[in-house]
Ligand binder design. Sequence first.
Ligand SMILES: [Zn+2]
Ligand SMILES: [Zn+2]
Length: 238
Amino acid sequence: MTFLRQDCCLICHNPISPEIGWRVIFSVQQEQLICRECESKLEKITGKTCQICGRPFQLVAEDFRHGDICHDCYRWEEDSRWQGVLKRNQSLFVYNDFLKEVLAKFKFRGDYDLVRVFAPYVKQAVQKINADLFVPIPLSSERLYERGFNQAAALLVGAGLPVTELLTRIHLEKQSKKSRTERIHLPQVFNVIQNADIQGRSIVLIDDIYTTGSTIRHGARLLQQAGAASIQSLTLAR
Ligand SMILES: [Zn+2]
Ligand SMILES: [Zn+2]
C-alpha cells in the first residue's frame, strides 16, 4: 500500500516531516495532508453529547442538561412547532480558536484545498448515517457570488458524496425590507426548490458550523413540511 504525502501542511504551510507509516494507516487521514501540530489542534468531539444537537456534555454545566439533551434542545422540543423537527445533529470538531481561523481561510479567503483536510472526516461520519439525500445548507446567490463556492456543498463533493440542492436561501437584504414584526413571526430564511422529490426521504443537512441550531432547524422544518420523513444534520464544527 502506498500513501500520498503532501510536502507542506495544507493548514499552516510548514513542511511536513515524513512519518513512519503506522500513524497514517490508522488515522482517518489516509493522505498526510496536515502537520502533527495542526492535527493536534483539531479537537474531535468525543464522549457523551446531547442526543439532539451533538454538543459535548464535557463543555455543558450539569444544570444546563435535561437527561440526554441540553437546555437549548429542551427549549426547542418544548415548542410544538419545533418538536422532532431535527432528529439529530452530529458535529465533528469543537469550534475552538484554531478551527475558527481555519474555517475563515476556507470560507472567506477561498482556500478550497482545505476541503481535502475535512472530507475524510465527513465521509467517515456519513457512512454511519442512514440517509437518502445529502443536502447542503445554501448560501444566498449574493453570498455565493462573493465567495465563489458553497463550503457545505464543497465538503460533500470532497467526500465523494452526491449533492442534492433542495433549499434556496433568501438574501438578508430582502428580509430586512420586511418589518421587524414580520421577521420575528416569519423568520424563514429558506425556500424549498420547486418540484423537489422529497416525499418520504431521509435527509442529512450539511453545514460548516452549528451555532444556535436555528438555521438548521429552519431548513429542517421546511423539508419536513414538504414531506421528508426525517431530517438529521452533520456539521464540521460545534
Ligand atoms: Zn500545519
Ligand atoms: Zn442539544
